[in-house]
Design a protein around this ligand. Sequence first.
Ligand code: HAM
Length: 434
Amino acid sequence: VSTLAKEFRRTVRGMRDLMANEAESLRFIEQKTREVSKLYGYEEVITPLVEHYELLAAKLGEDNRKRMYVFEDLGGRKVALRPEFTASIARLVATKMQSIPRPLRLFSVGSLYRYDEPQFGRFREFWQANYELFGSDKPEADAEILALTANLMRDIGLRDYSFKVGHVGVLRGVLNQEGVAEDQQNRIMDLLDKKQWDSALEEVRKSGASTDCMETLSSLFEVKGREPVSISERMGEVVKGYSKAEAAAANLREILTLFEESGLETDVVVEARFARGLEYYTGMIFEIYAPGLDIALGGGGRYDKLIEMFGGEQVPAVGVAPGLDRLLLALQNQGRGLQVSKEQRILIIPVDSTMLGKALKISSMLRQEGLPVELETMGRSVKKALADADRRGNTHAVIVGPKEMKDNKIVLRHMKSRTQDIVALNELSEKLRQ
Ligand code: HAM
């Protein structure tokens, strides 16, 4: 046989193998995100990993667009691997769910692909849970998304986290009134997302905005703090005269008041100059952070204009996508073990090959009872098999030998206490459940 060249034996750069314990942790978080979807009435939908490039690229923002995995399929279609769920879910709502009564609450979870530069917490294949609420433009819908997110943080056991919150409507409200073109606005938002505030202001100036506007934005960029309600009021004062921006600040105040009243005590930092890379946002935006980690654990916000772009009627929407990989990193960082329940794991050991048939039969019987069973398949002696069972963390061993089998009995060994009993087969599953 010819051997595969060394460079091809590794995973592709940015791609990971998740070993059993990592896979278990990821699935644990996924399970929590699913439980929260049920608690809040979000129904799961499964959309394809491959979509038309144009659909995914539509409002993704320049940076993300450049980082898509794009290729031509064998039919000559320009397709891409999804970099997020929102576009696919919006497509679904615009085309197949038009007649379903609102509100619509949809949940998805799965892997996504972005050609990001690999580094701590940043992978080219990563996982998100995604929650979208369609049909309501009311602040209680935004507050629900914030509450659901806080609920999830609490349920996975993350102690210390905060929300960074802003409002695209305040920034765009000012720029719209100044007549700044949309593509220019997008560039400005992109610079804000990259925390290049001075360059963003410079871009505003280049777009021909008035001195009044420049002053307003400079003061607005300074508005930041931990008292959500008074900070959003302050934002409103700074943008006085820009009517849409004022309304947006009032909207943020309502959202944050409702969220506070929901009682999910969460540290909220409001930052007027905060923007996100995705272009579809129209209202409240937010990201989740944990101390000591400067990468967002999740992000979301309101996007009221995306569905109509996909040919639907106008449907207001708000949503959030927690990143599962980063939630795990944050938990590890806070020294939080996952509360993965360790189930029973039973090993069946035939004492010799004449007992194999009986061992198989007992295995089937126990599995039918819903008990997880592994069979000793290496032909090892009882002693060696028991040593291995210890190493693997089996909770019980069932030793099948001719002497006991004559009376329809087996030896049940409790691995932890290293004790054993002789048990009748018809009492075995009951004994194992004790
Ligand atoms: P996003 O901010 O692009 O938003 O991604 C959300 C989260 O996905 C991030 O906060 C992060 O935890 C995780 N994530 C993103 N890129 C990577 C990466 N390269 N490696 C590891 N984790 C990553 C969205 O995707 C929007 N669709 C969220 C949304 C839903 N807005 C409204 N509805």
